[in-house]
Design a protein around this ligand. Sequence first.
Ligand code: ADP
Ligand code: MG
Length: 342
Amino acid sequence: MSEKRTEISDLGEFGLIDHLNEKVKLQNDSTLKGIGDDAAVIDAADHVKVVTTDLLLEGVHFDLAYAPLPHVGFKAVAVNVSDIAAMNAIPKQITVSIALSNRFSVEAVDALYSGIRAACEHYGVDLVGGDTTASRSGLVISITAIGEAQKGQITYRNGAKENDILCVTGDLGGALVGLQILEREKQVFLANPDMRPDLEKYTIVTGRQLKPDARMDIIHELRELGVVPTSMMDISDGLASEIFHICKSSNVGATIYEDKLPIDKQTFDTAVELNLDPITCVLNGGEDYELLFTIDQKDFEKLEKHPDIHFIGHISKAEEGKFLVTKSGTAVAIKAQGWKHF
Ligand code: ADP
Ligand code: MG
């Protein structure tokens, strides 16, 4: 009898997570949200705790040929803090687990932890534990972050309503373009080790790739302005993919406008230099760690003048679909290409 074998690539990352989630039964009333959002939400009497975890592998998520260890440490914390921010919560604690091969010295681990400590200070979180083990395949880092919020402040992916305004913070596409530059310069260096890479011109985009900053500043500002988004998530896999997540979870459609999409000048110029379409970088580039959220129209006035929040479109009925209106006024269906891991 032959056993059926299904390739993971047939399901994809999100399909695999859905597949696993189908058989998971929650048993505790305190589990307010399980699998399926940026973080789990746990009842803690007068408030809620949020928990998220991320795994980073050398050679898959970072390349030590161009990523300095302190930056890897900082980024490993920032990507978790970004998922806490995406729930509209405040990060409080992290645990850090590492697996090390014998390539790594105590000095190397110190360098990694200098970045982790810098991020802890930057985001006001305490490093409260972890695990250390040997690895046969380079460096592996797994971080879990715990945050807090009041019950009414938590923002899920499923709260977007028709006519809500779609907002993004900062600018998009920089991390992908930065990665392409770092990869290009690595190849140049490998071909001729005497060549010193000239990265001076690209510091904004390479910085976006090597040392992303989670948008906790925006979370604090939303509080000060008294705005609770109707839905929110962070942009780790690309804007198009995240719009699909919000629309699927909230059972809505969306229209976004090309001329409203935020792109930095250096990202634009570098994309053109690399023969990449800047708008494709904005829609499908991963790892920007900006926030995508929806607000009720009544809150627009409060955010209207914010210099780093961009209003890119609106939410529609599910049956109206997901569209990008180009600069020439044509509506094209959005494809959730995203970052394919498998
Ligand atoms: P993010 O990009 O925000 O980190 P992911 O796409 O990694 O989110 O995960 C989406 C949801 O699936 C989250 O709730 C996450 O905790 C859950 N998840 C991911 N991988 C697994 C797994 N192997 N087992 C259980 N839950 C998982
Ligand atoms: Mg996320």
